[in-house]
Unconditional design. Structure first.
Length: 238
């Protein structure tokens, strides 16, 4: 008589060992207005996960040219794919935060090239300059943007693609430049929101005028002097 299959053995699939610090979270956005800061906070959160996860990345090397052991393949595929998804999403959200802060419009979509095309040209120039200052050959801007265009979508579904390129250096430099723009080269959002809420036909013009002042070196020099003078007088009164 044939022995029946034993279904009471100890085999099992993957089991999580721990929960995060908080097992259940309710995350609600209670305001009717989405601000650039709201989007930026999410961009920073995904960037932090990327930064903390980089320690998992290891170069695979086999002395003597032997085939890479099966156990090492996870370092070739799974980890880079998971890393780039976090970084690419951070870049996308930074772009959307900058666009909202400089146009008053909340943009959709994942394509980096399409989102970059909606930026003020001076912001695009700032990003390109940051890449060139850090080693990008002049004239290669379009090429690197094309290779990074849909990496967020491509990396998530890498098993559907014959192959794709992950350029971590370029993606990190773009993230740095966008973070600079958000923190130092956006007009004050409260002023932009006032313009947007008015709904006037001159919205784009008025926002652009504020961006013009950010890039006006003479104005910025004068403003810095005024602020320093105010601080000197304020401290003297103390």
């Amino acid at each position: 008589m044939a022995k029946s299959k034993d279904y009471t053995n100890n085999k099992q699939g993957y089991r999580f060992k721990k929960l995060p610090a908080y097992g259940v979270l309710n995350i609600n956005h209670t305001s009717n207005t989405i601000t650039p800061n709201d989007i930026y906070a999410y961009a920073v959160a995904f960037r932090d996960v990327y930064e903390k996860s980089k320690a998992l990345s290891k170069k695979v090397s086999v002395p003597g040219g032997y085939p890479i052991p099966v156990d090492d393949w996870k370092f070739v595929y799974s980890i880079p794919q998971a890393l780039v998804v976090q970084l690419a999403l951070s870049n996308e959200l930074l772009l959307k935060a900058v666009l909202l802060g400089s146009t008053g419009k909340l943009e959709r979509g994942h394509g980096m090239k399409a989102l970059l095309s909606k930026l003020d040209p001076r912001y695009r120039n700032y990003i390109e300059k940051h890449l060139v200052d850090n080693g990008l050959k002049p004239g290669k801007w379009s090429e690197v943007i094309k290779s990074s265009d849909n990496i967020f979508v491509t990396a998530r579904y890498g098993y559907e693609n014959g192959g794709y390129k992950v350029d971590f250096l370029t993606l990190q430099l773009i993230n740095e430049a966008l973070d600079d723009i958000f923190n130092f080269k956006l007009p004050d959002w409260s002023n932009v929101k006032e313009i947007v809420d008015k709904g006037a036909s001159s919205v784009n013009t008025e926002i652009k005028e504020r961006i013009d002042l950010i890039f006006d070196e003479k104005y910025q020099k004068w403003l810095k002097g005024e602020l320093e003078e105010f601080e000197r007088i304020f401290n003297a009164e103390d």
